[in-house]
Each structure stands twice: as C-alpha cells, then as structure tokens.
Ligand binder design. Structure first.
Ligand SMILES: [Zn+2]
Length: 397
C-alpha cells in the first residue's frame, strides 16, 4: 500500500506486517464542544484506513486519545459552572454517539489524558536528565535548542515555526523560557485548575506530552502510523517527536505520519474559534450517514475539503444508483464477472486512499450490474462484490 508520509514529504510503500498488528495512533479531541464535520472527516479518514487494512488481512491496533487536560476544557467548565469531569463525560458520550452514527469504527484503546498522568511524569523526568528539558519555578520546558532537528517535519525556518506556534497557543513572552519556542512539558497551572502531584510540585502536563505518554503506553516505543488533522503538523506532532525519541531511543517515533486536510465552510477554516461549525449530529440528522460519508469521500483526504451545505444532498443520486444495483433482479444467464472492478477499487484505496477514484469504480460496477440485470444475466456474485466494496468505505447499504 502506498501512503503519503509527512515525515518524508513523499508517497512510500507501507508494508502491512503479517506477524503482528499494525499500530495506529490518532490524536483525538479536547472534549469541550460537540463533534463538528472537521473532526468527523479526520476520524473518517483513519476509519477508512483501518477498514482498508483489515479488508486486506491486516490486524490493526488503534489508539485514539481524549485530551481532557487542556485549557479550553477548563475554561469552558468554569464559564458554564460545571465540573470539568462532568463536562468531559458528557462530551465524550456525545462524541462516541456521533462517531457511531457515522459508522466510524471504535478505536481499540480510547485513553483519557487525566487518567494517564503517571505515564507522563517519568518521560518528563528523563528529558530533564538527558538535558532536553529544564525546570523553572514548578514548570518544565522542552529546550528546542537541544534538538538540532526540532520541527524538521514542518519544513519551515525558525521564524515561521515560532509564528505558527504562536498562532496555536504558544506563549513566546513567558519570561521563564530560555527560547520563545520552548514548549511546556509540565506547568503549575492557574489557581483553581485541576492539578496533580509531581516532582516539580502540584501542576499538570502540557498538551504534547500527553500524546507521547499514551501512544507509547498502548502501542509501544515505535508506531507504524501516527495521524491527525493537518493543523497538528506543527507544533503538536514535531513536539511529540522531539520529546519521545530521546526517551525511547528509537527513531523514528512513527514510520508514517498522516495528516487529513482541514474542512472549510463558506471560505473560512471550520473551527471553534471562528464559530462557523457544522456539527456532525445536525448533518447526520439531515442527511443520514451514507450520504454524509459519500460526500466526505469525494475529496482525497489530504486535500482541504470545501463543505457546501447545498452540495451534500446531491450525493443522493450516485448512492441511489448503487442501491438500485444492489436491489436489481438476478437472471439465469451468463454470470457477470467483476473481479477487474474489484481489483481497480482495491488499487485506488492502496494508492494513498484515493477515495474519489474508489467511488468512481463503485459507480462503474453498479452500472455494469444494472446493464447485466437488464440482460437477465446472473448478477448475484457481482452484487456480493458491490456490497463488499461499499462496506470497505463504511457505507451501510
Ligand atoms: Zn496528539
């Protein structure tokens, strides 16, 4: 299978191991707002990867985390006057319901950062021992100058790295830092925020270290595939790499880094901060899972997706064709042979999950079945193949 790898900025052969499961880690949500289409697209991308690997005989061990130790969650809990644990509980329940509704396969492991603090502290301690991190007044920072390759996957110079980090939550003016790009491994936190005991006093972990701890605990020191949304290409994922590799002593931390393109709505990136969200729950209620899935698969996962509310329902037409082919009457004439279309479908997915091409092959197969049905040929095997390949795309027809 060919997969595009952000680490090498190229497509490369991913050989599915036969003697052990494929390990896949995907960065999950901070549970403070309901699942929107941007999340849904990212999770659907990795759902499709899992389905494709399993279809081809691979075993997959899939870990997706919940970032329930994070400023936006605590701020939302304070604003609404609720306990952050209750907020997490409700939001995770909603997320699971939304993903189930979209027929997204549940991960093998679904850990929460708040339950994994004991795995983070030893990693931070080791980074301090190795000279990659330093403590200042109860905070511990990763020293980006200690890693000559820091941020390499982002392919940017220092100034652009810093500007991007600043847009995504970095505080360059923290006077305790040696370098404005240094990132937090442990912090004292705001008074009233949840905190845990540590060798540096009461506090809580930084966001990046949470994923390193959970990924290595559940999947081991080296992952086959690490994924997430495109916005994690910097700083989150390079920070994970910088803090994990010195501690495990294994490079690369993940063989393949996959990033799903972001979703745009009406010309702007769909994001909580802009408030232009389409919630998965609402879209599901309006269109149902099959239409929504088909629509989201019409663009390759790496490209940005331009969500147009008026366009979603147009998917009804191709889906109707497939449903018609599945319901067509089989005759007793020469059986319709469709192994060529099945192979072409598999080849499309094996080419870095080329979903538009896979959908085109499904339509071609459907038309062939309808034509053969008109000629009273035996289409039962072809229909079984059609059901099989639509199932790989997570369609429930
Ligand atoms: Zn992560």
């Amino acid at each position: 299978m060919q997969l595009y790898n952000s680490l090498t900025a190229s497509k490369g052969e991913f050989v599915v191991p036969t003697d052990r499961p494929v390990t896949l880690y995907v960065c999950g949500v901070t549970p403070y707002d309901t699942t929107h289409i941007g999340h849904a697209r990212t999770f659907m991308t990795f759902d499709l990867l899992v389905r494709t690997l399993r279809w081809q005989g691979g075993d997959v061990r899939y870990c997706q985390n919940v970032t329930d130790v994070d400023d936006p969650l605590f701020e939302r809990a304070r604003r609404d006057g609720v306990d952050w644990r209750d907020l997490t509980e409700n939001q995770v329940r909603q997320l699971v319901a939304d993903c189930d509704g979209l027929n997204i396969i549940r991960p093998t492991f679904f850990p929460r950062a708040s339950q994994e603090i004991d795995g983070m502290i030893p990693i931070i301690q080791r980074l301090v021992e190795l000279g990659h991190a330093y403590e200042r007044e109860g905070n511990v920072y990763f020293s980006v100058r200690s890693d000559p390759n820091f941020g390499a996957m982002a392919r940017m110079g220092y100034d652009d790295l810093l500007a991007t980090a600043n847009q995504r939550g970095n505080n360059p003016n923290d006077p305790l830092k040696r370098d404005p790009l240094d990132f937090v491994l442990w912090q004292t936190g705001k008074p009233g925020d949840p905190s845990w005991e540590s060798p540096w006093g009461m506090g809580r972990p930084g966001w990046h270290i949470e994923c390193s701890a959970m990924a290595t605990r559940y999947l081991g020191p080296q992952l086959d595939i690490h994924g997430g949304g495109r916005d994690l290409l910097f700083p989150h994922h390079p920070c994970e790499i910088a803090q994990t590799e010195p501690v495990t002593g294994v490079k690369p931390f993940a063989h393949v880094w996959m990033h799903a393109g972001l979703v745009w709505l009406d010309g702007e990136k769909m994001s909580k901060s802009l408030g232009n969200l389409v919630f998965a729950r609402d879209a599901l209620k309006e269109h149902g899972p099959n239409i929504l899935r088909w629509y989201l698969l019409t663009t390759p996962y790496r490209e940005e997706f331009f969500y147009e509310r008026a366009e979603v329902s147009r998917t009804r037409e191709p889906l109707g064709l497939v449903e018609g082919a599945l319901a067509a009457t089989s005759g007793s004439g020469t059986p319709l042979e469709v192994s060529r279309q099945r192979d072409a479908f598999a080849a499309a997915l094996n080419d870095d999950l080329n979903t538009p091409l896979a959908l085109a092959h499904i339509l071609e197969l459907s038309r062939a079945i309808l034509a053969a049905s008109d000629d009273a040929r035996d289409i039962s095997t072809a229909q079984a193949t059609l059901r099989e390949v639509t199932g790989v795309l997570g369609l429930q027809l």
